[in-house]
Ligand binder design. Structure first.
Ligand code: C2E
Ligand code: MG
Ligand code: MG
Ligand code: MG
Length: 288
């Protein structure tokens, strides 16, 4: 459309691109201050064994409470933070907060933390992980790092060396969003993953769509052949869960199994008893 409608449209298009670039610079600037201003917090989403419904762990998901714009999705701000370099600081905050939180749980569940490509390629990444484990007191076997394939392709030898270093600490690594990247199969062979997370886009309507079902069955077969458990992301319906159970998919995560929420909401699962309701400080809402 922009082409056929001539110059004015093109200029308008250019102007809006400029505005976008400005927005991005503003956001980059805000992100650099956001850690110090304590604008980030974590929500946790349950991961459960499908056959038994038993809880196995939580994925920590970062949230940015922007002072004026409200909650900003990580899908929007993580890429900006990666471009600007702010991801280093943000990623360290996430790792520290998640490990400190998990170390408090009575139940020795795992905590899964997303690691961005930029973080993974920082020279001292494995040292940071080691220090965080020591400082938090979390057993290394309870930490799982979720890494996407795009994080691997940038510099494969370096990514491999880093994954080997964190694995040597006793930390586990999961391939995140499996099926959406490229050269997935060779990556599975080349890198020492402990788990495959099938992307949610392949779980949507898996019980109703034969093509999607064929893909998911193939990934489950792959996991079995490689001796890797498979986690299905984005399980939204009972039908999808039943399909995964029938196909012996090991672990499930998604709105049907449990929505991401503040860890206090999961006291029954973590074994950490929340303070009595009456002891909470009054909030504006309580008084209104
Ligand atoms: P991801 O690691 O694949 O995380 C799963 C995303 O799917 C989360 O979105 C989660 O809220 C959402 N989700 C969970 N269950 C369902 C479901 O049943 N249906 C649907 N439609 N969605 C579901 P979220 O929290 O918005 O995060 C988006 C992405 O941002 C994450 O994808 C991850 O790549 C990135 N991200 C989140 N937290 C962090 C972080 O601390 N560090 C880094 N580097 N990236 C993060
Ligand atoms: Mg993830
Ligand atoms: Mg994912
Ligand atoms: Mg994702």
């Amino acid at each position: 459309r922009a082409k056929t409608e001539g110059k004015d449209t093109y200029r308008y298009f250019e102007a809006s691109m400029g505005a976008e670039a400005r927005d991005k610079r503003v956001m980059e600037h805000e992100l650099r201050q956001a850690v110090a201003r304590q604008e980030f917090y974590l929500v946790y989403q349950p991961q459960k064994e499908i056959s038994s419904g038993k809880m196995v762990g939580f994925e920590a998901l970062v949230r940015w409470r922007h002072p004026t714009r409200g909650d900003v999705s990580p899908a929007i701000f993580i890429p900006v933070a990666e471009d600007s370099g702010a991801i280093g600081q943000i990623g360290e905050w996430v790792l520290t907060a998640a490990c400190e939180e998990a170390a408090r749980w009575e139940n020795p569940l795992t905590v899964a933390v997303n690691v961005s490509a930029v973080q993974l390629h920082n020279t001292n990444f494995s040292r940071k992980v080691h220090e965080t484990l020591l400082n938090s007191g979390l057993a290394p076997g309870r930490l799982e790092l979720e890494i996407t394939e795009t994080a691997l392709v940038k510099d494969m030898p370096r990514a491999l060396a880093t994954l080997r270093q964190v694995k040597a600490l006793g930390v586990r690594v999961a391939m995140d969003d499996f099926g959406t990247g490229y050269s997935s199969l060779s990556n599975l062979r080349a890198f020492p993953f402990d788990k495959i997370k099938i992307d949610g886009s392949f779980i949507k309507s898996v019980d109703k769509n034969g093509q999607v079902a064929a893909i998911v069955r193939a990934v489950l077969g792959l996991g079995r052949g490689l001796g890797l458990p498979v986690l299905a992301e984005g399980v939204e319906t009972l039908g999808e869960l039943k399909f995964l159970d029938a196909e012996a998919c090991e672990i499930g995560q998604g709105y049907y199994i449990g929505r991401p929420a503040l860890i206090e909401e999961f006291g029954d699962l973590t074994g950490v008893v929340a303070p009595a309701v009456g002891s909470k400080p009054a909030t504006l809402r309580d008084r209104s």
